[in-house]
Design a protein around this ligand. Structure first.
Ligand SMILES: [Fe+2]
Ligand SMILES: [Fe+2]
Length: 154
């Protein structure tokens, strides 16, 4: 596996631990526990962090080179960049729901779970389709272009 693809996969592994931390807090948030909700807000903010934006940027560099290579691209990864934009908007909305005077914890929790399902689905598609295709199809020159614009997260 190319080392830059490995970096993307490692980020997904890290994010899975963040999601696990969120899931631990969910039952208390659902019961209306204010401290758990504050803690959840702090953890959830990582979905709009510089690291998250850099991860999306790096994936889009890889996708861009794949598109440029003219190899057939699976429809499920064509919308990767658009999904990143939608996630950014959803995260903003959820962050204000978490910190705002939202009095229906069950609805808040359902919205968060829905987002996490979409996020997981997106990451799974990247791991199953985008990353292997890039690993297989990108030339050394394409990888050097990716590397030049890569935002280092390590
Ligand atoms: Fe992504
Ligand atoms: Fe990703």
């Amino acid at each position: 596996m190319h080392k830059l693809i490995d970096e993307l996969v490692q980020y997904h592994r890290h994010k899975a631990t963040v999601v696990a931390d969120i899931q631990v807090l969910i039952p208390a948030v659902e019961k209306g526990n204010v401290n758990a909700r504050d803690e959840l807000g702090g953890i959830f903010a990582s979905f709009s962090s510089d690291g998250e934006k850099a991860h999306h940027h790096n994936e889009e560099l890889v996708l861009h080179e794949l598109v440029k290579s003219k190899k057939p691209i699976h429809a499920r990864i064509e919308r990767t960049a658009e999904e990143h934009v939608v996630f950014g908007q959803l995260v903003q909305r959820l962050c204000s729901e978490i910190s705002g005077p939202f009095d229906e914890p069950a609805v808040l929790v359902a919205n968060i779970q829905w987002f996490l399902t979409q996020y997981d689905d997106h990451a799974s598609n990247e791991e199953a389709i985008l990353f292997p295709a890039a690993d297989r199809e990108l030339s050394t020159i394409a990888w050097s272009r990716v590397g030049k614009n890569w935002i280092d997260l390590t």
